[in-house]
Design a protein around this ligand. Sequence first.
Ligand SMILES: Nc1nc2c(ncn2[C@@H]2O[C@H](COP(=O)(O)OP(=O)(O)OP(=O)(O)O)[C@@H](O)[C@H]2O)c(=O)[nH]1
Ligand SMILES: [Mg+2]
Length: 306
Amino acid sequence: MGGSNSKEIQHPPVPLLLEEPWKTLDWDKRDEMKENLKGFQISHSDVKHLRILVHGPVGAGKSSFINSIDSIFQGRMTTGAIAEATAGHSFTKMYKIHKIKDGQYGAYLSFVFGDVMGLERGNSEGVQTEDLKKILTGHIKEGYVFNPASPSLEKDHNKDPGLNEKIHCLVSVIPADTLLWCADGDKISDHAMREKDAAFIQKIKDVRAYASILGIPQVVILSKVDESCAVVNKNIREIYSSKTIYERIKHCSHNVGVPEYCIFPVKNYHQENCLHNDMDVILLSALTNILNFANDYVAEIPKEED
Ligand SMILES: Nc1nc2c(ncn2[C@@H]2O[C@H](COP(=O)(O)OP(=O)(O)OP(=O)(O)O)[C@@H](O)[C@H]2O)c(=O)[nH]1
Ligand SMILES: [Mg+2]
């Protein structure tokens, strides 16, 4: 007999963690990883700095990712790429290159980040995908102020950019807490939200497709893992064991078209007031992969004749 007298079926609790992490890191290697990155050698004599373009939806954590890397090498919190707590329209309005230094007085490291305005849903909102394509080819100069209503004009452009001015790796920052979670349609009932995500994803795909034509390697930084999984929020070392994070990586791979091994979940510094070993190891591991991909790309390009 059914009804209120029937005994409630007790389901065993669903485990939140995978049996085995899908990736392991050595948590004691922060200093060694930092030293390796400080001494990173570029495999092409025409390239002074490996150029990493960081793009993605508005508020995804692009500037925070750049700040997090800068903070690690400064040994303290920095805010060179200003990050903003208010959601909505992009806080970053200008194309800015961020060089990373070894400590306060040390040398510049062998990579720089390009920080751009965020992608937004509408055609006249946020950064224009056409502008991102021009940044990839080195045509847009640093300091260019983005105009969401129209792409850049010829006068804003570098005429004949060399390999050194071009982008060597495209990083898409995608927040793990909101986007893509609803990609299969059954996880969220808000249709408008799904549409919004689809528009973002299409723009990310467009820029990626163009980068692919140019042969530029691409990775995804899956930010805000702390907002996406309570276990990871409590203990960041569970990042590669969390079922939620792993599921989102698979969603992201499926929807954006980036292979899983090119998706790096991270927690950016956002409210901490001092550095944290485990966050650094995770961020440095992602950065090492980004630089290796960028370096593999430039190594393949023939040197310009004198
Ligand atoms: N919890 C958490 N918050 C984050 C993380 N990364 C960034 N944030 C917060 O998210 C907000 C947006 O971060 P930004 O770095 O300004 O994002 P952005 O992609 O540069 O945004 P726009 O320049 O406005 O397009 C800020 O309040 C950050 O503190 C993260 O990994 N975890
Ligand atoms: Mg920003």
